[in-house]
Design a protein around this ligand. Structure first.
Ligand SMILES: *[C@@H]1O[C@H](CO)[C@@H](O)[C@H](O)[C@H]1NC(C)=O
Ligand SMILES: *[C@@H]1O[C@H](CO)[C@@H](O)[C@H](O)[C@H]1NC(C)=O
Ligand SMILES: *[C@@H]1O[C@H](CO)[C@@H](O)[C@H](O)[C@H]1NC(C)=O
Ligand SMILES: *[C@@H]1O[C@H](CO)[C@@H](O)[C@H](O)[C@H]1NC(C)=O
Ligand SMILES: *[C@@H]1O[C@H](CO)[C@@H](O)[C@H](O)[C@H]1NC(C)=O
Ligand SMILES: *[C@@H]1O[C@H](CO)[C@@H](O)[C@H](O)[C@H]1NC(C)=O
Ligand SMILES: *[C@@H]1O[C@H](CO)[C@@H](O)[C@H](O)[C@H]1NC(C)=O
Ligand SMILES: *[C@@H]1O[C@H](CO)[C@@H](O)[C@H](O)[C@H]1NC(C)=O
Ligand SMILES: *[C@@H]1O[C@H](CO)[C@@H](O)[C@H](O)[C@H]1NC(C)=O
Length: 653
């Protein structure tokens, strides 16, 4: 365990966008439920449940139609072609030993399962490893303790508590080993804290070790905040950044160990103090075009710094901000500052990527960032970015002490009896992977449905030029049924199929935290998942009225429905239920309070994990609940034979 470190405060301006807390300190927060009021554990498991906002007045119409075109070419404003990897993840570099594995031979099995869920649906997964830590990270040959990574907590020197990080090439072998099991590809960062003395070791080693699994290198992380954070002298400008980017290009040009010279990414603005246009106006894109693999930005719509770091600003009340995440305007406002830039990027032939985002910096808000509402919000925001011609986005993952993680491993000393906690926001990545599919030819459009009512957005997805899916949202919570929607989906220039399939992301309220299902399946609540969906798959068939060319789709309040229109889309939906999963042969050490059904462990070893009723080791859950097996979080990747993956487990701890 890391020693407690006082979280400092002074100087953390509200412009701070992305902060990961590195020490294992716990803190309380504004709470509204009794359980939460007495909660003192880590933020990632905070039980705060807020109140759902009241039904809006006036309420939106509950009956409306959404009309697609039989040919994508007839649709104005359709996005550029998108891939199922659109909504990937950003992992703070300092926590990769918790999320990915402790070294190249001990991969976190739940992580593999979580990535497999996405790769099966979307073809591949993009993961960015970086964040504030990347600028100070240094590659070394080895570390005295034999570990792959070490934080120099003594060296914490800046307002965001970023510890300098030492890491060995084993980190890169670990990533490549993951890529050999699941189709995950990686973005990394070249450290830029000192552009006079560049440390290009990561680029030299990553290119060699990761090969095609390496997507590119960010140069700089939120340079518009460098001066605010004390990493550069006051007055540091976009022209200074332009100069430093040029130094990196020059150093790579003369480095004969780095063969790929066109995979750099900038400017990675927090879009706090600078606008993207300020950087474009330096000539950045034209000057560096031959070195740029993509253009990147990073952004959070809000911050919870006052509550988490005790700055002098007034702490925000989670209940008050909750409604900011429960309407379609939120995603539209988030992409608005980048619309000019996505057009410029298209003109320059460069992908435009949101490298790091989530609900709020400084860890998110309790009850907001980990609610069903946040899943709806991220789904809408992700689709809005796709509609707006971003080419991808990464949902950020911090440590135990943030609320917004899409997934969180248990604290190290609980890994024998606790499993992972899957945040609602993970479902958004999985559903976008499924919605966009694996053709790389999906085009997205915001339908401005229901007279553009902010509570009932809809998107259409065309695949290879034909209508493929419709995504329908209802942000309202209303158990009376009066706010349920009936959406009439039709296709202009063609007849609707005689029936369509519907998958739903369901929960009783936008404030729900754990009782969330996707097509009937769930990852459960805190400490309950090994990364596999459990429960019976429930794909609804809705008969359509071919005479009137309409399919009536209901969407409860709250709700999200993905309607599969074409045969290809149906095939994809079926495929998604045959996810390759990973389990281990590990026997978990029995720990006092944990319930471990040894026979369940024995029969679950090495199988796919499909179609079985499994026991649980989560404290307090029943042994016949439809939960996944308890296994050691770590497995040794021992062999790959006959195309099958064999994971030989190890007793851990
Ligand atoms: C890898 O990590 C596991 C689990 O922490 C540990 O038991 C093993 O010794 C490590 N291997 C190496 C080569 O450090
Ligand atoms: C940059 O970071 C490295 C690694 O933490 C450190 O050794 C070095 O002193 C830093 N340089 C500057 C100019 O801050
Ligand atoms: C994992 O990485 C190690 C290097 O540390 C390598 O020897 C091993 O072959 C890799 N395993 C797989 C399955 O790629
Ligand atoms: C778009 O960005 C370019 C480059 O910075 C700028 O010249 C132009 O005025 C911008 N257009 C809009 C509509 O903001
Ligand atoms: C909708 O979301 C926006 C952006 O988050 C927020 O400013 C606005 O207050 C919300 N509207 C309502 C009616 O809640
Ligand atoms: C996205 O790009 C397409 C193709 O260039 C264009 O037609 C569409 O208007 C763009 N969408 C937005 C929101 O800029
Ligand atoms: C795990 O470690 C934390 C922090 O040191 C401690 O408070 C907690 O009681 C430990 N839990 C168990 C189950 O050992
Ligand atoms: C989609 O794009 C990825 C990444 O470029 C590529 O690996 C994959 O083969 C493509 N899939 C198809 C069906 O073209
Ligand atoms: C979980 O959700 C299902 C379906 O929405 C509902 O029937 C069930 O009562 C819920 N369980 C709890 C504990 O809220």
């Amino acid at each position: 365990m890391l020693p407690f470190l006082a979280i400092l405060a002074a100087g953390l301006a509200s412009s701070v966008r992305a902060v990961t807390v590195y020490s294992q300190q716990t803190f309380g927060a504004a709470t509204t439920s009794a359980a939460a009021a007495s909660y003192t554990g880590a933020a990632a498991y905070d039980p705060t449940v807020l109140n759902a906002p009241a039904v809006p007045n006036p309420a939106p119409a509950t009956q409306f139609s959404v009309q697609l075109q039989s040919q994508a070419s007839a649709v104005q404003g359709l996005s550029i072609p998108q891939s199922g990897s659109f909504l990937g993840f950003s992992i703070e570099m300092s926590v990769i030993n918790q999320i990915l594995g402790s070294n190249s031979s001990f991969v976190q099995v739940p992580f593999l399962n979580l990535m497999s869920n996405l790769a099966t649906r979307g073809g591949h997964v993009n993961v960015r490893v970086g964040g504030n830590t990347q600028d100070f990270a240094t590659l070394v040959d080895s570390l005295a303790d034999g570990k792959m990574m070490e934080k120099d907590l003594e060296g914490v020197s800046n307002p965001t508590q970023t510890p300098p990080l030492l890491f060995t090439p084993d980190v890169l072998y670990l990533m490549n080993n993951i890529s050999s099991l699941v189709n995950v590809r990686w973005y990394l960062g070249i450290p830029l804290n000192d552009s006079q003395n560049l440390r290009l070791g990561i680029a030299e080693a990553a290119e060699q070790i990761l090969g095609d699994n390496l997507l590119g290198f960010q140069v700089g992380n939120e340079p518009d905040l460098y001066a605010d954070h004390g990493h550069r002298a006051p007055g540091y400008s976009q022209f200074d950044y332009f100069g430093e980017f040029g130094s990196v290009i020059a150093a790579i040009a003369s480095n004969d160990q780095i063969l790929v010279k066109n995979n750099l990414i900038g400017p990675n603005l927090a879009t706090g103090d600078w606008t993207p246009e300020m950087v474009w106006d330096t000539g950045f894109i034209t000057s560096y075009s031959s070195s740029l693999g993509a253009l990147g930005v990073e952004h959070y719509p809000d911050n919870n710094c006052a509550a988490q770091f005790g700055t002098d600003a007034q702490a925000k009340d989670p209940q008050t901000v909750f409604s900011d995440y429960l309407n379609h305007t939120s995603g539209q406002l988030l992409v608005q500052p980048y619309l000019n830039s996505t057009g410029i990027a298209q003109g320059a032939g460069k992908p435009f990527i949101m490298f790091e985002t989530n609900s709020a910096s400084c860890g998110g808000f309790p009850g907001v960032s980990n609610s069903y509402g946040s899943a709806l919000w991220m789904l809408d925001y992700g689709m809005q970015m796709a509609h707006s011609n971003f080419s991808g986005a990464h949902v950020h993952i911090g440590g135990q002490n943030v609320y917004y993680n899409p997934f969180t491993p248990p604290p190290t000393n609980q890994s024998t009896f606790h499993q992972w906690t899957i945040g609602p926001i993970y479902y958004a990545s999985m559903i976008i992977a499924e919605a966009f599919g694996n053709s790389n030819q999906s085009q997205i459009i915001d339908m401005f449905a229901n007279d553009a009512n902010m509570y009932t957005p809809a998107y259409a997805i065309y695949d290879n030029g034909s209508p493929s899916k419709v995504a329908l949202f209802n942000y309202i919570t209303d158990s009376s049924g009066a706010s349920n929607l009936n959406v009439a989906v039709s296709i202009n220039g063609a007849t609707v199929p005689s029936s369509v399939k519907v998958k739903r992301l369901s929960a009783e309220s936008v404030s729900t935290k754990s009782n969330i299902t996707w097509a009937g399946q769930t990852f459960g609540g805190s400490f309950e998942s090994d990364g596999r969906l459990v429960g019976d798959l429930d794909i609804e068939t809705v008969n359509c009225d071919t005479g009137n060319n309409v399919c009536q789709i209901s969407v409860p309040a709250p709700g999200f429905a993905l309607v599969f229109l074409s045969d290809d889309a149906l095939t994809d939906a079926d495929q998604a239920s045959t996810v390759q999963t990973f389990s281990t042969t590990a026997v978990t050490k029995t720990v006092n309070t944990a319930t471990i059904d040894a026979s369940v462990l024995a029969t679950s070893n090495g199988h796919s994990g499909k179609d079985r009723k499994l026991g649980s080791t989560s404290k307090g859950s029943s042994s016949d609940a439809p939960r996944s097996t308890a296994t050691s979080a770590f497995a040794a990747v021992a062999a790959m034979a006959f195309g099958a993956i064999v994971l030989v487990g190890r007793t851990w701890m």
